[in-house]
Write a protein that binds this ligand. Structure first.
Ligand code: ZN
Length: 274
């Protein structure tokens, strides 16, 4: 969500900036190259835009792209279930994105680990399992994770956990920062065995340019690492200002630039495979 509004949200944005800067500083000191030929891109999509994602099937097939869809909630229509099954049969991964899409820190504070699991995790996860899906990748709603949530999720069978990284953040209409993705080392996976990843949001609010994305993908290929990206609703050209998502043309650009560089497409759980 945009970083605008309350003081607490502002403080959260500022802490997020400090965290992003700290993570970037840590990773800047360990920019080792990954295994040769493993350069790639891991695309993922959050929430419930299932019909809109389904409409992207031809685009994904055109580029041989396999991606991860993170589903939240514990109710799906018969049509949505059918579409998700088709997407899974195409080779895409179905991940989980929480039942109530809550703030993990608050849930932990007020209800403890058991309350967090029984409220946020088990209802939706068991619902998806009952439909025949078996999510092993989790995306934290709102990017609100803690060490406690991560250890609980990994202990309960998840193979990968996905956090949120943004190239740009605003507070009260003022831009706090904008970072070129190629200068954000933490959004690249280097096959070091970690199971918790930062993924870069590509929705319009982060104002990423096609040139920045090309440079970021170029770095993935050159370094033999996987650039991790995520978005929400696919949008047509010239969407209305209140629509929260990414333009389909922008996604096509990412796919074209990936193919041009011979990058491999990874689903999120494939990053955890040996
Ligand atoms: Zn979400």
């Amino acid at each position: 969500m945009p970083c605008e509004g309350t003081q607490s949200v502002g403080m959260r944005c500022f802490r997020s900036f400090l965290w992003a800067a700290a993570v970037a500083a840590i990773y800047a000191g360990c920019s080792g190259r990954g295994p040769a030929g493993h350069g790639g891109v891991a695309l993922s999509f959050d929430d419930r835009f299932i019909a809109e994602w389904y409409a992207l099937r031809p685009l994904f097939k055109e580029f041989g792209a396999r991606v991860t869809f993170y589903i939240n909630g514990d109710t799906l229509t018969a049509g949505e279930i059918s579409m998700l099954k088709s997407l899974q049969e195409d080779g895409h991964e179905i991940g989980f994105h929480g039942t109530i899409h809550g703030d993990a820190g608050q849930l932990l504070r007020h209800h403890g680990v058991d309350g967090y699991l029984s409220t946020e995790i088990w209802p939706g996860l068991n619902y998806l399992r009952g439909l025949g899906f078996d999510p092993v990748s989790y995306a934290h709603p709102g990017g609100t994770s803690t060490a406690t949530t991560d250890s609980a999720l990994l202990a309960n069978g998840f193979l990968t956990l996905r956090e949120v990284s943004k190239a740009e953040r605003y507070f009260r209409g003022m831009r706090l920062y904008h970072l070129p993705p190629a200068r954000m080392p933490h959004i690249y996976y280097d096959f070091d065995g970690r199971k918790s990843f930062y993924s870069l949001q590509i929705d319009r609010e982060t104002s990423l340019s096609v040139e920045e994305m090309a440079a970021a993908l170029e770095k993935a290929g050159a370094d033999g690492k996987v650039l991790m990206l995520f978005g929400h609703q696919p949008l047509p050209a010239n969407p209305s200002p209140d629509q929260y998502g990414f333009e389909i043309a922008f996604l096509r650009h990412i796919l074209e630039e990936s193919r041009k560089r011979g990058l491999k497409f990874y689903t999120m759980s494939e990053l955890a495979l040996p």
